[in-house]
Design a protein around this ligand. Sequence first.
Ligand code: AMP
Length: 597
Amino acid sequence: MNDIVGIDLGTTNSLIGIMDAGFPILLADANGERLTPSVVHFSGAGAPIVGRPAARMRVVSPADTVYSVKRFIGVRGDELREDDEAVSYRLLRTPGQSVRIAAGAKEHSPEEISAVILQKLKADAETALGRPVSRAVITVPAYFNDGQRNATKRAGELAGFVVERIVNEPTAAALAYGLDKLKSRAKIAVYDLGGGTFDISILELNNGVFEVLATNGNTHLGGDDIDQAIVSRLREKSGLTGDDATAVSRLREAAIEAKHRLSAEPVARIELPFVRATESFTYELSRAECDELSRPIIERTRAHCLRALADAKLGPADLDEVILVGGATRMPLVQATVAEIFGRPPNLSQNPDEAVAIGATIQAGILSGAVRDVLLLDVTPLSLGIETFGGLMNVIIPRNSTIPIKAGEMFTTAVNNQRAMRIQVLQGEREMARDNWALGEFDIAFEPAPKGVARVGVQFEIDANGILHVLARDTKTGAEKIVEINSAVDVSDEAVEAMIGDSLEHAFEDMNERVWTEAKLKAEEMLGAVENAFALVGDAVPADEKAQVARLVAELRSALESGEVQRLKNANSALDKATEPIAALLVEKAMADAGLR
Ligand code: AMP
């Protein structure tokens, strides 16, 4: 089956979706719930408990219930901030090593725990669809570094997925809001206030490709802080002091429920029978009171937004759209604050808790071919380069480079008085040109000159439409030629897999052949140079030195015949060393000829 699922692996909640008849659909678990709390409870020997039942265990069994594991994925012990310690389970931090988590009498890596969450999403999706799913797109915050992205990918693999792509959360959200179709160029702010984290990202859309211009945020700011503020107020009002865990937990549940209701209604009535022994507690929380408690928390997002705008060198007026992500942005006060910061009302057209998952699903659909009308080419599937001396592949744009991209290199001639250079454009991961795919070739003419003098600049540019423009220019005359190649990015997944498989399978022999070819090129160059030098300054070289060089030349020739790479490399360096005095003579002669001595 060619399905690819889209997954929002969130700090608080996770979601999974799939394209169905051209629409992104989020899949529910057996209880009809689409949001799975990202919580894992480890009890004695049995299998870990995941999601809603695990979230309920947080109160009764805090040390064995892992939440917010996303904060620790791909993070080393020494990278952890002090306040990250404030979790109810035990973190094991060793400098230089990945953080580990002790729960349920065992140690786990954050990847393993994330994999347990992903496995549950996978199983729920398979039950809902009635067929297995094995390929996934997973989202990560835009600020995640390579280590965190790789660890997330590993978590996906541990859960049994082939991870097709790791996508930035704000990019996924922008896709869900359909902003890729808005216009060809746009600047977008993605304001993401979740349960525990706040992220602001400024994106630039350029012909279907999103680029992150700036990100900012706070990994400890979100709806949970608002819950805490409401709980404190309710404790005051109810006279509930001390730390009766069950009572506080009931108060928290009531606070969250009231907060959610207040996003749609002006007042929420809280009723908690027997919260303290025989006493019940009733309270009417108004939207105004909730706003008063939340305002200082929401205000803290303002500085991050301004910082991100400044980093992107933009003012609010430069933005085309502001979109909301994260459950907490359902609060009217958050929406009003965002409108004030950015000087425009935010786009409310999507469900903010689901936008990232919907976007991941759309991206999955694009990759699987289920969505055809969107162009979202963001990386090169395979390396692009040209053939150089000795039939070697010279990579100019490496595989997985973000598109659009421009890169170039200078090349020279191998033969005296060469009049043209053939540019053979190649795609693939193999070391030798002949094993890669030829995408096209053309000649660039230049003025005849001794070998190594001509300079030809070759530049590859892939535009946002995935078209490769190859430009070759004679730097002396400025003569240039440009060709366009359409097939550089649009390569089928099977072909990419086959190429990468081949390159791995042949990695050893390919590398040997490259090393041999490079040594052979060097040997040929040196043999030519020695011949040249003897013709010019041979008379000035003492006889014993000459005999020694001649011996080394003979050895080099026979090493070339032998096909033994180490022998050839040794012969190269021996000849190189022995000809140093001759090289010095050549320099002296050149200076004398030029009248400098
Ligand atoms: P997320 O991390 O995106 O799942 O967001 C979770 C946060 O959004 C939690 O703090 C929730 O309490 C909050 N949230 C969800 N729905 C609402 C709502 N209707 N009004 C206010 N906050 C909400």
